[in-house]
Design a protein around this ligand. Structure first.
Ligand SMILES: C[S@@+](CC[C@H](N)C(=O)[O-])C[C@H]1O[C@@H](n2cnc3c(N)ncnc32)[C@H](O)[C@@H]1O
Length: 506
């Protein structure tokens, strides 16, 4: 069986991708009048699934769903199959096949995912990828396909051109080392210039220096990288029997997000044309497009009233003392550090409740009732009776992904177990790397102490015993561990974080 040498040499760091989660896709589809399959019992196909970092957590957290990965690089397939065997996942398979190989034996799927694949494979593979979506989506199924978009990606293409010209023709790891050599060469020279192009290139190099090395290689130095415009992509998707549902990042679909300048786009009736023009205006470089079968009826715009039938969760926090008596702008921050400025007291109360409840969710009714009570109790009675406003704010927060809509319920947890037990997926991922998948399908990054702690959570140690174990580990690595109180507090704090991310079994 063939493989892909560049991925065998430099494997891709494969992570959970929240935008591909069937629960998220299903909730977005609901807004457009499409009734997709429940995440708890769906069938998922991922094309180019790398080491399974996206689909295997789906299979773990949703034992009633069935996931299949198709992957050509032998090393990725081995990695994924080793994790499947270690966890005994009976509902997951990763097949060593090319996307171009027949898959008639696999049947239909409720969700077909291809993230970071389309632009990075030759034209024949791209065509087959869309054909698979067209032929293997179940009724009301959703395909997620991401790709680099033109014309905005031309900006990134500048650096790729320089890297391709500079880096030789050796092995992937050698060429990657040469790419960093090129950055070292370019940076001081770019800093010495004030032109916008130089500033842009500096910014891009800064971004690449922070990115995983596997991304740098496979995005900038892979042989194939074929960006295309949204409308060209949709023409080809149409030829494969697919229609546009929505963008996984909802905010990008709305001209109003451009402020007053958006008015010029509002008059464009055709959705594809409108979004294509928005891509011109935003110089958009990347898209995550959701597709459905052409026989699936859908609304052309989101139905805000459908929000009443969904539930919500949000991994937010705030440093501010929230004022629920007045419409003053205050900031909530996502786990990834993105700030959300919220003004209306009802919306602020809603976010406080969701932040407290995470990873569990609140239904619309729970949210509106509890937020109204909270605002009334804290002097904001004048703002309490405004469910239409809360719905609009909620939609905006969903569009910008500060709040996620859901149809899958997760139990609320409020007590730390006496002897914490991290589930086997978390411990297996911690044993192999520094990123574990949360119950809400986000990537939880572990520092060395967090990783050590997680590996000890086998249900036999109390928090105090765990702090002693951490002290021993730190001493062994030559660090001063005289302040046991600080270490004990840090351990408890981390245990709460693990519980909040659904890594502990109770
Ligand atoms: C950039 S990586 C993205 C991996 C993963 N989807 C993610 O986002 O983390 C592209 C993946 O597609 C796989 N791939 C490339 N060509 C393929 C083909 N013809 N058939 C199956 N997999 C392929 C690569 O081996 C690699 O794992």
């Amino acid at each position: 069986m063939p493989t892909l040498d560049s991925y065998d040499d430099l494997p891709y760091e494969s992570l959970p991708l929240p935008d591909t989660h069937p629960d998220y896709l299903r909730a977005i589809a609901r807004l457009y009048g499409v009734s997709a399959a429940p995440a708890e019992s769906c069938r998922v196909l991922e094309l180019g699934c790398a080491g399974g970092g996206n689909i295997l957590p789906l299979a773990w957290y949703q034992p009633g769903c069935a996931v299949v990965g198709v992957e050509l690089a032998q090393r990725h397939v081995n990695e994924a199959n080793a994790l499947i065997a270690e966890l005994g996942l009976a509902n997951a398979r990763v097949l060593h096949r090319s996307i171009t190989d027949p898959i008639d034996d696999l049947g239909e799927f409720d969700y077909i995912l291809a993230h970071g694949v389309f632009s990075w494979v030759p034209r024949a593979v791209q065509d087959r990828l869309l054909e698979i979506c067209g032929q293997h989506l179940a009724p009301n199924g959703i395909a997620y396909v991401s790709y680099n978009t033109l014309p905005g990606w031309h900006l990134r293409g500048l650096l790729r051109a320089a890297m391709l010209a500079y880096c030789g023709t050796g092995r992937a790891s050698q060429r990657l080392a040469e790419a960093y050599e090129l950055f070292d060469l370019m940076e001081p020279a770019l800093r010495a210039q004030t032109s916008p192009e130089a500033q842009f290139a500096l910014q891009e190099i800064g971004y690449l220096r922070r990115a995983p090395t596997s991304y740098v290689y496979h995005e900038y130095l892979e042989e194939t990288n074929e960006p295309l415009s949204f409308s060209d992509f949709m023409t080809r998707a149409g030829q494969a029997g697919l229609s546009y549902l929505a963008d996984a990042e909802l905010w990008t679909m709305f001209p109003s997000t451009l402020g007053d300048a958006g008015a010029a786009f509002e008059t464009i009736i055709d959705r594809i044309q409108q979004e294509q023009r928005l891509d011109f205006a935003r110089l958009r470089k990347f898209r995550r497009t959701l597709l459905i079968r052409q026989d699936t009826p859908l609304r052309t715009g989101p139905d805000l009233l459908a929000l009443n039938k969904l539930a919500y969760y949000a991994d937010l926090s705030t440093e501010e003392e929230i004022d629920l008596s007045a419409p003053v702008a205050q900031t909530f921050t996502s786990a990834g550090g993105h700030p959300y400025l919220v003004t209306h007291p009802l919306a602020k109360a809603g976010l406080m409740l969701l932040a407290l409840r995470y990873p569990a969710s609140l239904t619309w009714n729970e949210l509106i009732t509890n937020a109204t009570d909270l605002v009334t109790q804290h002097g904001g009675g004048a703002f309490a009776d405004d469910s239409a406003m809360l719905r609009t704010e909620l939609f905006s927060l969903i569009a910008y992904q500060g709040v996620r809509p859901t149809l899958a319920s997760i139990p609320a947890l409020d007590t730390l177990p006496e002897r914490p037990y991290a589930h086997r997926l978390a411990r297996a991922q911690a044993a192999h790397g520094h990123i574990v998948a949360s119950i809400r399908h986000s990537a939880v990054e572990l520092d060395p102490l967090g990783r050590e702690l997680l590996l000890h959570l086998d249900g036999t140690h109390t928090a105090t015993e765990l702090a002693d174990l951490m002290a021993t580990a730190l001493k062994a690595s030559g660090q001063d561990m005289s302040d046991m109180e600080t270490l004990g507090n840090a351990c408890v704090q981390m245990l709460w974080t693990f519980m909040r991310q659904g890594l502990l079994e109770t």
